[in-house]
Write a protein that binds this ligand. Structure first.
Ligand SMILES: Nc1nc2c(ncn2[C@@H]2O[C@H](COP(=O)(O)OP(=O)(O)OP(=O)(O)O)[C@@H](O)[C@H]2O)c(=O)[nH]1
Ligand SMILES: [Mg+2]
Length: 298
């Protein structure tokens, strides 16, 4: 039997390219939230997949942005770069139809690493004609010396086992680093907050998702349910009004959907109390960012 392998595989790319969907697919369960909007992921999140042969530790990171900006954007850039450093393998994700200007900061980040880089061409389910992949693969190989180029659909799972094999080939012989039943480095409180944020990203347009962070005020396991109290922080009164909706109906719907997702993830009945508070400038204020979990560790 081959020796057991274990190591870190970072998944980097521009915002919205499908990194978190891909990590969830490879881990086999939801460890990271996803949405149609860019900059959904705000933290470095480990997704751990353990089999008889290996333990692969995927590192999901925020989308790589062009430099500059402060506050939350600066935090996101640091978390993306920090998550890619020192890993055993980098998966650089682009999507069909091909390279865009927005992929360049992620390419540059991958080029700065010493570890092998596998190029992932995602969203191939959108291609009417697979023949279009061949020229894309050829021209991609001119960008840098990739250890492999693997077309996938994170949505359908097409090509994902070939990608997992390519990542595994980069990992050293090493014992497992996490218990075999652990799928993430994040706890239930973190996931509860993320599931509320996911519903906000999925339900609101332009401005609201970026004005919001979520904190968990209490998380209690009771005999028959988990009781969770959470606060949605926004920057302005107007945003609070939009989130609430007429007679509080939109907030109620966010709460209902978040609760259903929590019940699925925790395998338990959940009571969710959801509040909105205005905290002006939370996303620009370094101290507030730290308080809300946007700390140095990404
Ligand atoms: N058609 C199609 N859509 C996909 C695929 N993978 C992801 N998506 C969609 O692309 C959007 C972005 O997916 P995410 O996984 O949140 O993307 P991300 O790269 O993690 O984005 P950030 O965290 O914002 O950087 C979502 O609407 C996904 O459903 C795919 O293989 N095919
Ligand atoms: Mg993401």
């Amino acid at each position: 039997m081959a020796e057991f392998r274990s190591g870190f595989v970072a998944v980097c790319g521009r915002p919205n390219v499908g990194k978190s969907t891909l990590v969830n697919r490879m881990v086999g369960q939801k460890v990271s939230i996803t949405s149609r909007r860019p900059q959904t992921t705000r933290h470095r999140i480990l997704g751990i997949k353990t089999t008889a042969e290996a333990q692969v530790i995927y590192v999901d990171v925020p989308g790589v942005l062009p430099g500059g900006g402060g506050g939350l954007n600066q935090y996101l850039s640091r978390a993306a770069a920090g998550g890619v450093e020192g890993v055993d393998c980098v998966l650089l994700v682009i999507s069909v139809p091909g390279w865009t200007k927005a992929d360049m900061p992620a390419l540059a980040l991958a080029q700065r690493q010493n570890s092998p880089v596998v190029l992932v061409i995602n969203k191939i389910d959108r291609l009417a004609d697979r023949a279009a992949l061949l020229p894309l693969i050829d021209m991609s190989r001119e960008k840098m010396a990739f250890a492999g180029v693997v077309p996938v659909s994170a949505r359908t799972g097409d090509g994902v086992s070939a990608l997992e094999a390519a990542a595994l080939a980069c990992l050293p012989v090493h014992p497992a680093q996490f218990p075999s039943d652990q799928v993430s480095d994040r706890g239930d409180r973190f996931m509860a907050a993320e599931l509320v944020r996911e519903q906000i990203f999925r339900s609101f347009g332009q401005e609201i998702p970026y004005a919001v962070t979520v904190t968990i005020d209490s998380f209690r396991q009771e005999p028959r349910l988990i009781r969770i109290e959470a606060t949605i922080l926004v920057e302005k009164d107007g945003q609070k009004a939009i989130l609430l909706g007429t007679s509080g109906l939109r907030l109620k719907e966010i709460g209902r959907r978040s609760r259903l997702e929590m019940q699925k993830l925790f395998g338990s009945k959940v009571y969710l109390g959801l509040w909105i508070k205005v905290r002006e400038g939370w996303s620009d204020d370094a101290r507030a960012l730290r308080n809300f979990g946007y700390g140095e560790d990404g």
